[in-house]
Design a protein around this ligand. Structure first.
Ligand SMILES: Cc1cc2nc3c(=O)[nH]c(=O)nc-3n(C[C@H](O)[C@H](O)[C@H](O)COP(=O)(O)OP(=O)(O)OC[C@H]3O[C@@H](n4cnc5c(N)ncnc54)[C@H](O)[C@@H]3O)c2cc1C
Length: 576
């Protein structure tokens, strides 16, 4: 046994996990055998990490889970994609995959993006806090820090190009003990080393002045003005639409099942819709990235999901808070940035997230203890908030590796594969910078096989449909005169018009489901959560796409809301 394996063995024994079998494969340490529960699985992974290997592959079987093995959701679509072939194929339609796809369209190559779901950002990219972190809470020297910092500084330009909204409320990391204020100069020094601009230490009186409803117990705060907020779903769609406008093809309902390889090269991708030849493959499959890496023959990491639950608060709460509010994280060992209260672009506030290790990669359940944590830990940070302000909850899973860092590199064993994995928080904030580097990595590989040139027609500016809520009253009236559908309000909570819903349905990446309309146009996002507008949106979707109302689903086939008529004609007449 090598000295490194021996160290892992000792670390596992110290964690009371001496029965775990270990071996080395392709530079990674592989854990095998059985453990009792998920907590032991997680402990074994961390015990083996950081001990000189390329990564930890955790193949331990977990006794308590044997009866409920997890599987990815997919909605098979029998339309074959076999007639196509692409120079570059991105796997994963989250913010990372879409940003990378757009970056690749800067070259004269054929680009495709595949996602197993019926819409983009159905997973982590549509289930997060939307914060553009300032790179304070990430460890210096990690890829997370490097990409977070660069990504943060790129967001203004990207938002201008792609036409999505972005604001910079700044964030408070509040302190709850007087002595913590003594750490101010030290924290300022750390901020400066990390490149965080504008960092300030504020007294409790200053915090009160700037944020009158701030947490009763705060004793002062660290303030980071370079903290932004976006709608993560809209950012993902904006990247994808601009990629499409520059020639990329997006295949939804397309699940990658395996690869065809010759020597150390992927020649084609096997999917539920046929086999697709590919010159280069980018693995941006989020919480499933290790499974995709395994299919390609280069798995040196394990993704273990860390669930975060977030509560959405009523729009009326928006006026009670100016800044993003959180608690200072003084431990460098913390595995999350702690969460807090995030005032969103549309007036709502997000509270959370929680952080729990869970076995289910797509476990989006919300449990009473998670909700309790949000109330006790997050909601209290703004004294004007109450439990009754919460309108709904959602959950997302962070794609964590045991090394707790991003994996952004060309494969050592498969010559045309790039890993973009372990992209947990701050992955959204890092996306623009990650995309640029992955684009460069892909270009380097492609250049070896083809004459790679710049795409002379590349246009970074996304074409936008009218955005009524960003117009003056006069401009809005003009818009309604031109097309009265913009004056027909369908969602009363969010004031969304029929015109905006129709625009979402006819966008380059067409919205075909209720959830897709909701996320693009906000119809159904408000206090009543679609109670009022859902039937109207179903009718518009059916009319605009030439389908029956019974064919319109919430997110994928099987989630239809209208199943058939409940009254026969005669009854209707007598009722009249
Ligand atoms: C609760 C929570 C809060 C967060 N808050 C923030 C924040 O405020 N700021 C921030 O910067 N980051 C935040 N993050 C992290 C951020 O959301 C992620 O880093 C980012 O969304 C990751 O994007 P992605 O594209 O890598 O993954 P995903 O969005 O998960 O995309 C991966 C895609 O791959 C597809 N896929 C998987 N397997 C296959 C297959 N076999 N075939 C085809 N398609 C496949 C999936 O369907 C999915 O659409 C948060 C995360 C969570 C969970």
């Amino acid at each position: 046994m090598s000295a490194e394996l021996d160290t892992v063995k000792k670390a596992l024994a110290a964690a009371n996990l001496a029965d775990v079998e270990i071996m080395e494969r392709q530079g990674a340490v592989v854990l095998e055998g059985r453990v009792k529960n998920w907590q032991q699985y997680i402990e074994a992974g961390y015990a083996a990490s950081g001990l000189g290997f390329r990564g930890v592959v955790n193949d331990l079987e977990v006794e308590e889970l044997e009866s409920s093995k997890q599987q990815g959701i997919s909605s098979p679509d029998d339309l074959s994609i076999e007639k196509y072939s692409f120079d570059a194929v991105v796997i994963g339609g989250g913010v990372i995959g879409c940003a990378v796809a757009r970056e690749l369209t800067r070259y004269n190559i054929k680009v495709a993006l595949l996602d197993k779901e019926s819409d983009l950002a159905r997973h982590t990219s549509g289930r997060n806090n939307g914060m553009i972190h300032p790179a304070m809470a990430v460890k210096r020297g990690t890829k997370k820090h490097q990409y977070n910092l660069r990504g943060n500084r790129m967001f203004r330009k990207v938002a201008n190009e792609l036409g999505f909204e972005l604001k910079w409320p700044g964030s408070f990391a509040m302190l709850d003990k007087n002595w913590q204020l003594l750490l101010g100069p030290y924290a300022r020094g750390i901020a400066s080393k990390k490149g965080v601009q504008g960092f300030q230490v504020l007294s409790k009186w200053k915090v009160k002045e700037l944020e009158p409803n701030a947490w009763e117990e705060q004793k002062g705060s660290f303030y980071m003005p370079e903290t932004g907020v976006v709608d993560p779903y809209k950012v993902t769609v904006a990247y994808a639409e601009n990629a499409m406008q520059n020639g990329a093809t997006i295949f939804l309902n397309t699940k990658v099942l395996g690869f065809e390889k010759e020597n150390n090269r992927i020649t084609a991708i096997r999917t539920n819709r046929g086999t697709l030849p590919a010159g280069i493959v980018i693995n941006a499959a989020g919480i499933w990235a290790d499974k995709v890496a395994e299919m390609a023959g280069d798995r040196f990491y394990t993704i273990h999901p860390r669930k975060g639950v977030i509560a959405i608060l009523d729009k009326k709460t928006g006026s009670t808070q100016n800044y993003i509010l959180g608690r200072a994280q003084l431990s460098s060992e913390a595995k999350t940035k702690g969460g807090g209260l995030v005032p969103l672009l549309d007036g709502n506030i997000l509270a959370g997230p929680t952080a729990d290790e869970v076995p289910g990669r797509e476990d989006y359940s919300t449990e009473p203890h998670e909700l309790q944590h949000i109330l006790e830990h997050h909601l209290v940070l703004n004294r004007a908030l109450q439990k009754s302000d919460i309108i709904t909850y959602f959950a997302g899973t962070r794609a964590c590796t045991f090394e707790e860092d991003f994996i952004i590199e060309t494969s050592e064993y498969v010559e045309n594969l790039v890993h973009v994995a372990g992209i947990q928080s701050p992955g959204l904030a890092s996306a623009p910078a990650i995309a640029v580097d992955v684009g460069d990595m892909a270009a380097k590989i492609l250049k070896e096989k083809m004459d790679l040139k710049e795409n002379q027609d590349f246009n970074p500016q996304r074409k936008l449909t009218p955005q009524p809520d960003r117009l003056s009253l006069d401009e809005r009236n003009q818009l309604i005169n031109n097309w009265p559908a913009y004056g027909q309000i369908v969602c009363r909570c969010e004031l969304v018009s029929e015109g905006e819903i129709a625009d979402a349905i006819h966008a380059p990446l067409a919205a075909r489901t209720l959830d897709a309309v909701k996320r693009r146009a906000r119809a159904g996002m408000g206090r009543c959560q679609g109670g009022f507008c859902t039937p109207a949106v179903i009718n518009i979707l059916a009319r605009e796409t030439g389908r029956q109302v019974t064919e319109i689903c919430k997110h994928e086939p099987g989630s239809e809301l209208i199943l058939g008529k409940t009254r026969v004609k005669g009854c209707e007449q007598s009722a009249n």
